[in-house]
Each structure stands twice: as structure tokens, then as C-alpha cells.
Ligand binder design. Structure first.
Ligand code: NDP
Length: 247
């Protein structure tokens, strides 16, 4: 069995910046058709133009992953425009890190809504299409935060580990060869992720760690491409990509 990135149809959530944007460029550069979703459509427009200028195939649409129907529209666009959906990269995420005792309940809910419910919405939209086609690949961006528990990341890590659990159960439920699942666990990656942390102390600390240690989002994009390009009967279940100097 052979497989590659070329000619795969890949939908990516959270494609407007960071890992999602890098993945869009990496996969489109290798000949995939990409469907890009996020809320900042100006960023998506620029990315689509850049990919098309380079001879690639890309479409975009506004997607808020907390809205189930947005994921349905994303999957439908892939099928309508490119004939099928081979891979869904559920990458959209927020990291509102803070100690639990700060009781930032709105931030807890935002992380649950985007990082967990958003992935579930993607599964609900893509799985029927994967089953109808007889193949499909679900890639999610989880985190090393779920592997090494540290203060101030409890809810964030909890959402990422919930997704890890979800994927493992889904994998065991899908041993008929229709579905492949991959959990990508990045460590510190230089993106905008921690710029949205509300608490200035936590934000400074996280931004400093990113600046000191963070690797390029291109490294994660290459790991996602590696998982996707495997032969159809090979599933890369878990991949951790972290800075060599990360503790
Ligand atoms: P960015 O902040 O650059 O990217 C986050 C992406 O998620 C953006 O494209 C943003 O788009 C999108 N997003 C946020 N909320 C929503 C929403 N409600 N609906 C749709 N899209 C949304 O950070 P990263 O690239 O670093 O993050 C990508 C993933 O990688 C996340 O899941 C993150 O948890 C994970 N990760 C990152 C690490 C790092 O060190 N950077 C480490 C481990 C995991 P928009 O605002 O336009 O909607």
C-alpha cells in the first residue's frame, strides 16, 4: 500500500496562525488540497492567496469550532470543492493558563469549548464522511502539557488529555481499517498561543519560555505531514515534538 501527502484533501482548523498556518503551507507545498478554517478570515485570505500563488490548491471559510454547524460546513466545502475529505486536522486551541485557585471560570469554559468540544464537533462532522468513503484520518494537536503535569495548566492539560482519551477510544472502536487517528503533542512552539493569556505574570513567564526554548511551528507541520504520508495500513498514533532543551 502506498500513501503520500500529494493529492490528499486536508481540512485544518485553527489555520489562521502558528501550527495550523505552517501545516497548511507544508501540506499544500507537498501537493495536498487544503481547506482552511478559523475566525480571522483576513489571515486565511492571505494564506489561500499565498498557496495559490505558489501553484497550490486551497479554500477557506470562517470557522468557529464551538459551533457544530461550522465544522459541518467545513467538511461539506472539502467534499464539494475537492470531491472528498481524507484528513481532518483538529488543531484550533486556546491556552488560558492560570492557577485553578484563580477561579477563571470563563477561561475554563473557553478551553473546554474550543479544545475539547471543538474536536468533538470535528469528529461529528467528519466521521460520517470517512465511513461513507471507506477511509479517513483524524489528526489532533494535543500537548506535552498533558504528559507532564505542571501548575497553572490544569484545565488546559485536562482538555488535551480528554482529547487523547477520546482518540484512543475512537481508535479501538475503529479497527475495521476505515479510520486512522493521530495525536500530535508539541512542546514549546513559537506561536501566538500564550499571547492571549489574561494574567500578565503568567503571560510574561510563558512568553519568555517560548522565546528562550520554542521551536518553529514548521517542525510540528513536518510531523503532521509524516503522520499523513504513511501507507494506508500504518497509523502513527502518538508523536511528541518538543525543543531538545525542554525539561
Ligand atoms: P495560535 O494561537 O497561533 O493558533 C491557534 C489557532 O486556533 C488560531 O488559528 C486560532 O484562530 C484558532 N482558534 C482559536 N479559537 C478558535 C475557535 N473558537 N474557532 C476556530 N479557531 C479557533 O497557537 P498554536 O499554533 O500554538 O496552537 C495550535 C494548537 O497547538 C492548539 O491546539 C494548541 O493548544 C496546540 N499546542 C501549542 C503549543 C505551543 O507551544 N504553541 C504546545 C502544545 C500544543 P482564530 O483566532 O483566527 O479563530
Amino acid at each position: 500500500m502506498t500513501s503520500s501527502v500529494e493529492n490528499k484533501v486536508v481540512a485544518i482548523t485553527g489555520a489562521s496562525s502558528g501550527i495550523g498556518a505552517a501545516t497548511a503551507l507544508e501540506l499544500a507545498g507537498r501537493g495536498a488540497a487544503v481547506v482552511l478554517g478559523a475566525r480571522r478570515t483576513d489571515r486565511l485570505d492571505s494564506l489561500v492567496a499565498r498557496i495559490r500563488d505558489g501553484g497550490g490548491r486551497a479554500e477557506m471559510l470562517p470557522v468557529d469550532v464551538t459551533e457544530r454547524t461550522d465544522l459541518e460546513r467545513m467538511v461539506a466545502l472539502a467534499v464539494r470543492r475537492f470531491g472528498r475529505l481524507d484528513v481532518l486536522v483538529s488543531n484550533a486551541g486556546v491556552a488560558r493558563i492560570a492557577p485553578v485557585a484563580d477561579l477563571d471560570v470563563d477561561d475554563w469554559n473557553a478551553m473546554i469549548d474550543v479544545n475539547l468540544r471543538g474536536v468533538l464537533h470535528g469528529i461529528a462532522a467528519a466521521l460520517p464522511v470517512f465511513r461513507r468513503q471507506g477511509h479517513g484520518h483524524l489528526v489532533t494537536t494535543v500537548s506535552t502539557s498533558g504528559l507532564k503535569i505542571v501548575p497553572a495548566q490544569a484545565v488546559y492539560a485536562g482538555t488535551k488529555n480528554a482529547v487523547r482519551t477520546l482518540l484512543e477510544a475512537l481508535r479501538q472502536e475503529s479497527t475495521d481499517g476505515v479510520l486512522r487517528t493521530t495525536a500530535i503533542s508539541p512542546g514549546f512552539v513559537r506561536t501566538e498561543l500564550v499571547d492571549h493569556v489574561a494574567d500578565p505574570g503568567q503571560r510574561d513567564q510563558a512568553q519568555q519560555a517560548m522565546a528562550a526554548l520554542g521551536i518553529s511551528p514548521d517542525a510540528v507541520a513536518r510531523a503532521i505531514a509524516f503522520a499523513i504520508e504513511q501507507p494506508d495500513d500504518v497509523e502513527i498514533g502518538d508523536l511528541t515534538i518538543r525543543p531538545a532543551r525542554q525539561g
